[in-house]
Design a binder for this molecule. Structure first.
Ligand code: ATP
Length: 366
């Protein structure tokens, strides 16, 4: 196993805008890192450079302390799992998993191949499917075969490129848990590309957020959510997204389009001296006053507003509140409020801006 270090990595296709621009990232041995960002931000390009499918225009890539920029993919000892799994339809599950071992001709005896394939199949609960062809497997089983192939190679690291995006929501959930469990059990360094928020927030030790080829923030899921370094990360992580409102600060009084809210001195301190301010309000910080009790209600500031649309998702209820004529603010409500179902009504909402809420200036990257 090995750590992977990217140092000032650049990728240019032709002479256009760099697809990956000066990315530096240190991935520890055994760490699980997620690359996330909108379509076209350079996630796949970055992964393909690590595995060796794409040349690196500039910068250094080291695996296990050795520079590998000029090494062929087969000499990097990495295992990649693709979105379409890349299984061979004419080969059985056993032979699909065994494939990388067969490729290394003469290196592994038949007994060794059988032993390794069986071990991987046990781990992935594929033992009873070994004789089947991929066409006769479900999407999730195919996914596991692709992972089996990565496991038998005993690679230094696993690289996943949106491996779950072809699966339905239920299976995606199951496979997500399985990948997390397997990675923990094997302790193999893993880089995982996705544009799925849930995968990004639940799978990795750290998440690297990319935008237009540039790294915005690398942090634990919790830190990304609670301490985003700029507006892009704040708006990208979280669903429904954070509400952004223009704000002005005087002392500890923050004036928003719909009124004033008291904030803590610590939060106020962070925003001091900024030229212009945008307040970021998570939907869970706007709540229905009528069902809030105790300290949370006391900490907040209450406003009377119209609720014009609600969305009930079974376990969550969101209301969209036109706090200003052209801005709707998403509010996460308690289940008790189910009767607020789409009818326009005046309602008391509480806005809580506590120490976790950030107030910062502009779109400044750290
Ligand atoms: P998605 O989530 O849509 O797969 P991504 O974040 O993985 O997107 P990349 O596929 O890495 O993005 O692409 C990054 C940028 O590089 C895009 O602007 C894309 O158009 C460009 N690009 C990717 N591959 C090539 C190529 N072979 N030739 C030229 N430009 C390319």
């Amino acid at each position: 196993m090995a750590g992977i270090t990217l140092q000032n990595i650049v990728k240019k296709y032709g002479d256009g805008f760099p697809a990956v621009n000066d990315v530096s990232l240190d991935i520890a041995d055994g760490e699980f890192v997620i690359l996330v960002g909108p379509s076209g931000c350079g996630k796949s390009t970055l992964l393909r450079m690590v595995v060796g499918l794409e040349d690196i225009t500039d910068g250094d890539l080291t695996i296990g302390g050795k520079r590998v920029n000029d090494k062929a993919p087969r000499d990097r000892n990495l295992a990649m799992v693709f979105q379409n799994y890349a299984l061979y339809p004419h080969l059985s599950v056993f032979e699909n998993i065994a494939f990388p071992l067969r490729l290394a001709k003469g290196k592994h005896s038949d007994a060794e191949v059988t032993k390794r394939v069986n071990e991987a199949a046990d781990l992935l609960e594929l033992r009873e499917h070994l004789e089947r062809k991929p066409a006769n497997l479900s999407g999730g089983q195919r996914q596991r075969v692709a992972m089996g192939r990565a496991i038998v190679r005993q690679a230094d690291a696993f690289l996943f490129d949106e491996p779950l995006s072809n699966l339905d929501a239920k299976l995606r959930g199951q496979m997500r848990t399985e990948i997390a469990r397997m990675q923990r059990r094997l302790g193999t360094t893993t880089i995982y590309v996705t544009h799925d928020q849930t995968e990004a927030m639940t799978l990795g030790d750290r998440v690297a957020v990319l935008r237009k080829g540039e790294l915005q923030q690398v942090a634990s899921p919790r830190e990304l959510y609670e301490e985003p370094v700029n507006l892009f990360v704040a708006g990208f992580i979280g669903s429904p997204p954070m509400n952004f409102l223009p704000a002005q600060l005087e002392g500890t009084t923050l004036t928003l389009p719909f009124g004033s809210v008291e904030i803590t001195p610590e939060v106020a301190e962070r925003a001091r001296g900024a030229e212009f301010l945008i307040a970021g309000l998570r939907p869970e910080h706007v709540e229905d006053a009528s069902v809030l009790e105790g300290s949370r209600a006391e900490r907040g500031t209450t406003f009377e507003v119209d609720v014009d649309v609600t969305e009930w998702l079974g376990n969550e209820l969101y209301a969209y509140v036109p706090f200003t004529p052209d801005e709707r603010v998403a509010a996460k409500l308690a289940e008790l409020d189910k009767e607020l179902d789409g009818e326009s009504m005046r309602h008391q909402m509480v806005v809580t801006l506590d120490a976790r809420s950030r107030v910062r200036d502009g779109d400044r990257a750290r």
